[in-house]
Ligand binder design. Structure first.
Ligand SMILES: CC(C)(COP(=O)(O)OP(=O)(O)OC[C@H]1O[C@@H](n2cnc3c(N)ncnc32)[C@H](O)[C@@H]1OP(=O)(O)O)[C@@H](O)C(=O)NCCC(=O)NCCS
Length: 164
């Protein structure tokens, strides 16, 4: 897969780049639309500052002003990619953006000799669970009451990578 460009059947042509401070207002708007407990601006800034953290933006690949459709935040720790956050703007959902972002994270891991992608997801998050399952993730555990506010369980999922 090309890291710069990826066309998704039936969906928008996308390109990807590292997110930066200028993207935070748009990312925070997508956070607010996507989560009951959205990340704060400070939390997002922290991720931009961590050397081990990668925040990628998915942009519609078209002329004119940039349109950020989604983003992913993941950590590269030893031989593992840990996905902390992925979200697609509500108006751009079900068009392959979330899948493409996850594939970008996996490709980043494969090119850095990673063997595994890991993540946690709320038991009730039907869309995210379906996305991860469609990508081949497997449930490897449950963290009971991991999301403290609602005492909701986290499903722990992993995907094995073939290092390049
Ligand atoms: C989860 C989320 C990122 C998916 O993003 P998306 O861009 O809509 O996902 P895609 O279009 O790439 O979907 C790929 C596949 O995932 C599955 N999927 C995605 N959303 C789904 C839904 N609402 N219901 C069932 N399956 C779904 C489908 O298999 C889909 O393929 P298909 O459209 O060909 O059937 C998006 O719903 C979102 O931003 N949710 C709010 C934030 C969130 O919960 N993030 C995950 C935190 S763990």
């Amino acid at each position: 897969m090309s890291s710069a460009e990826l066309g998704t059947a039936g969906g928008p042509a996308l390109r990807f780049r590292r997110a930066g401070e200028a993207d935070l207002p748009r990312i925070m708007a997508i956070e607010a639309a996507g989560f009951r407990h959205p990340w704060s601006e400070q939390l997002l800034r922290n991720e931009l500052a961590h050397s081990w953290s990668v925040m990628l933006a998915a942009l519609e690949d078209q002329p004119g002003p940039e349109r950020l459709l989604g983003y992913i935040v993941f950590w590269l720790v030893h031989d593992e990619i840990h996905v902390l956050n992925v979200a697609t703007a509500p108006e751009a959902r079900r068009r392959g953006v979330g899948r493409a972002l996850m594939e970008q994270a996996a490709a980043h891991g494969a090119s850095h000799a990673c063997r595994l992608v890991t993540l946690e997801v709320r038991r009730s998050n039907v869309a995210a669970l379906a996305l991860y399952q469609a990508l081949g993730f497997r449930q490897v555990g449950v963290r009971p009451g991991y999301y403290a506010e609602e005492r909701e369980d986290a499903i722990v999922m992993t995907l094995a990578l073939d290092p390049r």
